[in-house]
Design a protein around this ligand. Structure first.
Ligand code: S3P
Length: 428
């Protein structure tokens, strides 16, 4: 059903407590299930993606109790999991799918993974190829490029591997397989991607060494259940950071935002564009930094985004493109080919949909070019079932002259189930 977004010249004022980080929430369930003992999680993101992860581990016999943002995981370790009688459904979640491949390839179980329509089109060979080199056995379409993928768990061997793409999902799948493999795995990234897996491995008692872009992890280490505090998701906060900068007469305070330096590219870009944004660094929880961010209406200027900045803001590019439509001058986003294999092809989706609203935006082979500032008008937006396209359109509607409609508001629940509730609470 289409949702009509018609907010007459709003201003945004108030404070939001940003919901739990999706990447950290997935990992807390995974690590808690691999570990022996009890894990308690605080601030868990109860979104569709993270619930898909819980569902997979429940089918593997792990006891998981959800009480709102508090989750309890009770496990006797990976060797005690039971062979599931059903296929494991990973929904729309790339993180669930790719990390589960890494975890299950080295278990003693036979399992089958399948995801939704979008997942069935997303490339898995980036994970299954290195795992095969470690001794994993997969059966799946186009040589285990696409789900459904069946796996027969095997004792794996360590690997020395140079990753061809900057991807935390690939890195994490290999590290999780390496944890249960024989020998020392040495993994080198081309650019540093989000390091929540490395941080959480330490939090659960594992020993690993990180030297610049290379990670050393010796297999056979056991994890022990612990308490995990999940920071708020900076990728969710990003929509309100953008809204606060482009909607006239606005000031927002975003609390509890995860400030892991591998994720804060959006703040760097906002500052570079001249946004009135400031961070109050508050704390370190479960090996992750958190703090509050304030943002006020700002005069923005165009910028250039590429290179090692891309993995630090890959999920924020749709909302950065919207910001750029309101900035003076040209914004160039390059080195971002990975956008083509996200929940949808985000270069095409962002360019097509922002054009419908009047943006001056052109797709390039590895990103996009935006000229601003451009007044935007309303239009009918297709989300392509992609939560971040849906939220980009909703924020755009705050500055359009007429109403914006989106075809599927439900997809937003993948990462930010109470997005509209939060949005309405700060509209004045
Ligand atoms: C994620 C890694 C990124 C990101 C995704 C979550 C993770 O994907 O886009 O939303 O939790 O590891 P890639 O590893 O494909 O870059």
């Amino acid at each position: 059903m289409r949702k009509i977004l018609d907010y007459a010249q709003p201003s945004l004022q108030g404070t939001l407590r940003i919901p739990g980080d999706k990447s950290v929430s997935h990992r807390s369930i995974m690590f808690g299930s691999i570990a022996k003992g009890e894990t308690t999680i605080e601030g868990f993101l109860q979104s569709d993606d993270c619930l898909a992860t819980i569902d997979c581990f429940t089918k593997l016999g792990v006891e998981i109790l959800i009480d709102g943002e508090n989750v309890q995981v009770k496990s006797n370790g990976i060797d005690a999991w039971k062979e599931p009688s059903d296929i494991l459904y990973t929904g729309n979640s790339g993180t669930t799918t790719r990390l589960m491949l890494g975890i299950l390839a080295g278990s003693n179980l036979t399992t089958v993974l399948i995801g939704d329509e979008s997942i069935q089109k997303r490339p898995m060979k980036r994970v299954t190829a290195p795992l095969k080199k470690m001794g994993a056995h997969f059966i799946g379409r186009e040589d285990a490029q696409f789900t459904p993928i069946a796996m027969e768990g095997k004792k794996l061997q360590a690997i020395h591997y140079k990753m061809p793409v900057a991807s935390a999902q690939v890195k994490s799948a290999i590290l999780l397989a390496a944890l249960n493999a024989e020998g020392e795995t040495i993994l080198t990234e081309i650019e540093i991607s989000r390091d929540h897996t490395e941080k959480m491995l330490r939090h659960f008692g594992a020993d690993l060494t990180v030297e610049d872009k290379t990670i050393y992890l010796t297999g056979g280490q056991k994890l022990t259940g612990t308490h995990v505090v999940v920071p708020g998701d900076i990728s969710s906060a990003a929509f309100f950071l953008a809204a606060g900068s482009i909607v006239p007469n606005s000031k927002l305070v975003l609390q509890n935002v995860g400030l892991n330096p591998t994720r804060t590219g959006i703040v760097d870009v906002l500052k570079e564009m001249g946004a009135n944004v400031s961070i109050l660094e508050l704390d370190n929880v479960s090996h992750e930094e958190i703090g509050d961010i304030t943002v006020e209406t700002s005069e923005l200027k165009g910028t250039e985004i590429g290179g090692d900045l891309i993995p630090r803001l890959i999920d924020e590019i749709p909302i950065i493109a919207l910001l750029a439509t309101q900035a003076t001058g040209k914004t160039i986003i390059k080195d971002a080919e990975e956008l083509k294999v996200k929940e949808t092809n985000r270069i095409d989706a962002v360019v097509n949909e922002l054009k419908k609203l009047g943006a001056n935006i052109t797709a390039t082979a590895d990103g996009m070019i935006i000229e601003g500032p451009t007044p935007l008008h309303g239009g009918d937006i297709d989300t392509y079932g992609d939560h971040r396209i849906g939220m980009m359109a909703a924020i755009a509607s705050l500055i359009t002259s007429t109403a914006v409609t989106i075809d599927n508001e439900n997809c937003i629940a993948v990462s930010y189930p109470n997005f509209f509730e939060h949005l309405l609470s700060v509209i004045k």
